[in-house]
Write a protein that binds this ligand. Structure first.
Ligand code: TXE
Length: 479
């Protein structure tokens, strides 16, 4: 199936007629083509967005909210179609897309459709000066949203929904690896009555289409989720133009397990936090640290459970681990197994590419657990972003804190303990934007979301996202 750009409310082929193959990760075959949009396509999208902005930015909050909630309802009505498309494009199990990705995309629109009606700004009375200051929160204009392939529609809408709610017009680019649900979303936007030009979706490579968005002098803000190296590049290009930037980048998140945690709950959740979505979530707990007194028991129980995870075709209900998103990504992930072995790591299970009967060219890999000799080895420091976790023991709180923080990333951390004082101490000291205690991936859309260090700058979620997509203007009136 071929897809097209969505510009000014119309479906359009790329001007220069450049096309890219779209692969089905479950069997490694090309199943469609997508535009590789050029600077000219981005310029067309910009012209449409610019002309839509004055009206959209002045559209009442009730009306903006109504349209966003309508999009949310249409996504829910088309759950099955979207889940199947997401799975076909990305390799994740259909049941997972149906339970998580698409419902969350719908929630993103509903949440920000509601949030904008509650968004308020401050006023400050300057007592003794007979003056009052108030803050106007105005939409920025035309903004760019660039998203990755691991949670395609989920992360695409996480950016677009607040940008639109705040009154901006948007140029958005999904990952070239997983463009399909963004394309289907354009059809829904038309049906929901989103005015033409308010949202424009251009498809293509990061280095052509993405780069053209970031380089465009009049696209005033960029919200990006993706790899840390790409984030650094975008920051460099955008800095001389003083663009507003929100960068949500990689992670290498510690999962710290103390002996006093609720063992069964911890074990069950740790399997999920290690391998959900084939381990391709920036929030996965990819470095497991276990208190030495329960280390051997945990190691045995964990590996036993991981070995039962069924790798299979994404359309099968019983599949727990589907295909990785692309061939190059699979190769990257596999290369870390070799690195681990060279570094003296012990592969406790998995470690290999596998063929699923009938789909031998699919990008499947066994869930892999590596026991590492040191927290400083490469597999424990670099983001692998696949079905691979490391484990090692620790002796005490100070030691594990030091190891947990000794990476360049700082996105999330998980802590398993029933000791309240320890929870408070460690939550204060762990270097991460999100700390989960006795749970993982529990998300409340009102909370600030993002990382520190090489995991990015800025926060998404709730009013933080609405603040990002608006400019604050102070008005001071002397009376
Ligand atoms: O992501 P890219 P890649 C990590 C993960 C993965 C690594 C590389 O470790 O192995 O990053 O993945 C667009 N200007 N994460 O290379 O390239 C691109 O088209 C503008 C973590 O596949 O960062 C896509 O839409 N845009 C992560 C988006 O950036 C550019 C999720 C992300 O792709 C661009 C994904 C450019 N010059 C990977 N170059 C997370 N934080 O969840 C690329 N893009």
């Amino acid at each position: 199936m071929n897809i097209q750009n969505y510009i000014n409310g119309k479906f359009m082929p790329p001007i220069a007629n450049g096309w890219l193959d779209n692969y089905n990760p479950a069997n490694g075959e090309v199943y469609g083509q997508i535009p590789n949009s050029s600077k000219e396509d981005v310029e067309n999208a910009y012209i449409a967005a610019k002309s839509a902005f004055p009206t959209w930015s002045q559209t009442t909050l009730e009306e903006r909210s109504r349209v966003l909630i309508k999009i949310s309802e249409l996504l829910e009505e088309n759950l099955q179609q979207f889940a199947e498309a997401e799975s076909l494009d990305n390799g994740k199990p259909v049941w997972l897309a149906k339970a998580i990705d698409i419902p969350r995309a719908a929630s993103n629109f509903r949440f920000f459709g509601n949030a904008i009606t509650q968004f308020a700004s401050e006023s400050h009375e300057s007592i003794g000066h007979d003056a009052i200051n108030y803050t106007l929160r105005q939409p920025i204009g035309v903004v760019g949203c660039i998203s990755p392939w691991n949670l395609p529609l989920y992360l695409f809408t996480w950016k677009i929904a607040p940008a639109l709610a705040a009154g901006n017009s948007v140029i958005a680019k999904p990952s070239e690896v997983t463009p399909m649900t963004a394309f289907l979303l354009s059809e829904i936007c038309l049906e929901a009555g989103l005015p033409k030009g308010v949202l424009n979706i251009v498809h293509g490579l990061g280095t052509t289409t993405g780069q053209a968005i970031v380089e465009h002098p009049d696209i005033k803000a960029i919200s990006f989720t993706g790899g840390t190296a790409t984030g650094a590049h975008i920051a460099k290009v955008a800095a001389p133009m003083f663009k507003k930037l929100s960068l949500e980048l990689g992670g290498k998140n510690p999962n710290i397990i103390f002996a006093d945690s609720d063992y069964e709950d911890m074990l069950e959740t740790t399997v999920r936090s290690s391998f959900a979505n084939q381990g391709q979530i920036c929030l996965c707990g990819s470095r497991i640290f276990v208190e030495v007194s329960i280390y051997e028991k945990f190691k045995t129980d964990f590996v036993k459970k991981v070995k039962t995870l069924r790798v299979g075709h994404p359309s099968e209900e019983k599949t727990k681990i589907g295909a990785l998103a692309s061939k190059s990504h699979l190769e990257k992930v596999l290369s870390y197994v070799d690195i681990a072995e060279q570094e003296g790591g012990k592969i406790l299970c998995g470690g290999k590419r596998i063929g699923v009967l009938g789909y031998e060219n699919g990008y499947y890999m066994e869930p892999t657990v590596i026991e590492v000799p040191s927290d400083e080895c490469r597999v424990n420091q670099e983001e692998i972003f696949g079905p691979v976790v490391t484990i090692m023991p620790f002796n005490n709180e100070d030691e594990v804190l030091q190891m947990a923080n000794k990476v360049k990333y700082g996105l999330s951390a998980t802590l398993w303990t029933n000791d309240l004082k320890r929870t408070m101490r460690m939550s204060n000291q762990l270097q991460a934007g999100i700390i989960w205690v006795n749970t993982w991936m529990m998300r409340d859309l009102r909370t600030p979301f993002g990382g520190i260090k090489a995991s990015g700058v800025g926060r998404e979620g709730g009013f933080e996202a609405l603040r990002f997509f608006t400019e604050a203007k102070n008005v001071c009136i002397k009376y």
